[in-house]
Design a protein around this ligand. Sequence first.
Ligand SMILES: Nc1ncnc2c1ncn2[C@@H]1O[C@H](COP(=O)(O)OP(=O)(O)O)[C@@H](O)[C@H]1O
Ligand SMILES: [Mg+2]
Length: 247
Amino acid sequence: MKPQLTRRRLETLPREALHIARNATKADVYRFEWPPDSSRFAVLKEMRARPLWYRVLAGRWFLRREQRALRALKDIEGVPRVIARPDADSIVMEWRAGTPLMEWEDGAVSPQSLEKVARIIAQSHARGVVHGDLHRSNVLLTPDGDVTLIDWATAGVFGPRRGGAKNWTFEEWRALDVRALAKLKARHAPMGLSETELAALSSGSKLYRLVRGAGFKIRRLFGHRKAKSPDETAAQYRRLMEEASLD
Ligand SMILES: Nc1ncnc2c1ncn2[C@@H]1O[C@H](COP(=O)(O)OP(=O)(O)O)[C@@H](O)[C@H]1O
Ligand SMILES: [Mg+2]
């Protein structure tokens, strides 16, 4: 039988802080061994130290959203599974190895890793779930190339059957994920940008112009040929991105 993770039990377990919130609206995040003596780890995300008014009006709502999304995606490899909800102000999920993308050098992230992010997002969209906050600190990457998407607190669970207004809202949200993903690709693997993704970036932003510039140069340089290794490709991307930003 699986051990129960109640609040009382939680308080007896040693934990280390992974991320202590810098502002009053965020959760504190800890890591602890769970189940005990298993050499596996869980993450506790909690709002207990936030003011009561905030927890009641927003904090619990975010934790509920995260729980709902993680449940809806529980068999997708790149998403942590929920372990427990010890109380209204906390959630426990699997700890996943990896360093947030924003701590990786631009050229060190392979296009394949970006494709994994894209696949996880596509799988969740197919279930009617949008992430809503897909930026570089919410993508964990290991040196072996394992990818996990975390921080589903602003996710929307629309479900597979959606009609009318619900589907319209889903599509609007989905477009935000698509754009966020395109931004990640633009930074780490611009050659992998599809026409749809280029269009998603096309709000006349500086980024779009930069990517378009890099895209033209890439096509000229490679003539659509595949580069030899991920490392080499990444190094080429980095050079091109640097060139493009000097323009
Ligand atoms: N399941 C997890 N596995 C490993 N690390 C995690 C996990 N969830 C959160 N973290 C770590 O905690 C940090 C903050 O968590 P996150 O869910 O992004 O909360 P927020 O950004 O809202 O504060 C992450 O950047 C990551 O380093
Ligand atoms: Mg985050």
